[in-house]
Design a protein around this ligand. Sequence first.
Ligand code: F6R
Length: 609
Amino acid sequence: MCGIVGYVGPRQATPILVGGLRRLEYRGYDSAGLAVLDPRTGKLGISRSVGKLVELERALERQPLPGHVGIGHTRWATHGRPSEANAHPHSVNGVAVVHNGIFENYLELKRRLQAAGREFSSETDTEIVAHLIDEALGAGAPTLVEALRVALSQVVGAYALVVVSERHPDEIVAAKNASPLVIGLGNGEMFLASDVPAMLEHTRDVVFLEEGEVVELRAAGFKLSNLAGAPITRPSRRILWDAVQAEKNGYPHFMLKEIHEQPRAIADTLRGRLQPETSDVDLDGYELDPRSLRRVVLVACGTSFHAGLIGKFMIESLARVPCEVDLASEFRYRDPVIGPNDLLIAISQSGETADTLAAVKEARAHGCRVLAISNVVDSAIPRISEATVYTHAGPEIGVASTKCFTAQLAALALIAIHMGRRSGHLKAPEAARLITELAAIPARMTTALSALGDLKDVAARYRDARDFLFIGRGTSFPIALEGALKLKEISYIHAEGYAAGEMKHGPIALVDDGVPVVVLAPRGPHYDKIISNLVQVRARNGRVIAVGTEGDTQLADMAECVLWVPDVSPLMQPFLTVLPLQIMSYAIAVARGNDVDQPRNLAKSVTVE
Ligand code: F6R
């Protein structure tokens, strides 16, 4: 996601802030900016640029920002396209803010502020907070931290929020809810950042903010309190990671970090879109009435294609609209029968994949409507689509997609519920149940991830296998395909995913005591059938690794190894059943000594055919 830095102390802030932002570059961003309080004029100097940090540095050469108190930001667009106006800091009457996260109720607050005569200069949700703080200061808030508290009492959402103000020039105030923020302790100077690497060259003594905490930073020290103003004391921690480990938040690889970021990625993708009061889903204001549609065609490549296969289950079962799923590379060349009554849903994490882009162009040429699902705001596919449901997974650095996959599932579930409500097929009580279940998925994923552990023992057992089979039924079939893809991508072991019912039509010939067969067997409508498939594999001496629902004692006796996941309804199972397969692939690849984050022959964004 976005990067935040802050500095207060005797040194010039600008080089420290730019250096900190450079340390966060690896996370990806599309624009950057600084706000520094100029002690000569008492005014805030602000500089913002689109593109790489070097653009900001050029702007700072032209117009330097002197001063000892400042904040900086690299933005990864979520609300509003990448542009100078949307880049942070956002400022209003001498109050400047930078923000990571999403304010869910920003439209409602923006309308109220506009009605009160306030004007906005960006499309972001962040700018409202600068107004709220300015409003609170104008209404007599005695301190900046008090004004921040007044503002926070009005917002709903996730934030790491950092503020400086001309009216309180010696301090920075900040607050955290769901997005990370960490204080760095210097000698007569203080640092603040969204991530440890940003300040590692200045200090290793840090204090991590917890949820609902507010901090006031001055050169001499910091004061931590909760939202109600009660003081909090917390000892600092010494960071022993090196710079590279710090970029990975202490994880040995980005892929593992991203696997563990999935609960947050899903929560951010759902944030502000689930509407439990009306048992509905708001697709950021986009209205999709399926009654005018003949059918939906989902197109994508690789892992995103597997998300599309699950999207078909979701949309067909909740909205009862016929769906097809196609590989973008096939769709674009097969002279598809599509027209104005069809909706193409193009799924692409990067938003730049050449085949998916070409499929969208082909569909548009036939007058077909196009909705995109992407993780990159304003990338090529969203730019030529009628609307985009963005996933808010944050930049994915590991080449093998993990958190973007489950965030795509979350986006598809949102679209399916939205369409289901409008098709009339999904009644309010069932929608309410699904919304509650979806909202609980991040917590279920956290539980599953901690229960699964590192699976090093499983990796040690199967790392030398030459071939793997993955089988599943229903929504577990695409997960079998995804499990096989993850394994082959990073471990270089040959792996095939199959619909379990196909086993006896060919693949079962491969089974012997040298081939591990991963059987996706969560409890649900296909359970008995998949158990029959499992038995057939065992009868041929196959080595079964099962993925099963916690508490299934029958399964425990039938497999060489069982990877347990919490119980959820069948449509939601893919969010959980994919987790052990991601971790197992990762653990096997590490055990084989492979370059997990940059596997051979693969690129993160495939912009050529
Ligand atoms: C697999 C993987 C790829 C991508 C595929 C599509 O781990 O990452 O299979 O899913 O190249 O990429 P996007 O989603 O960017 O269109």
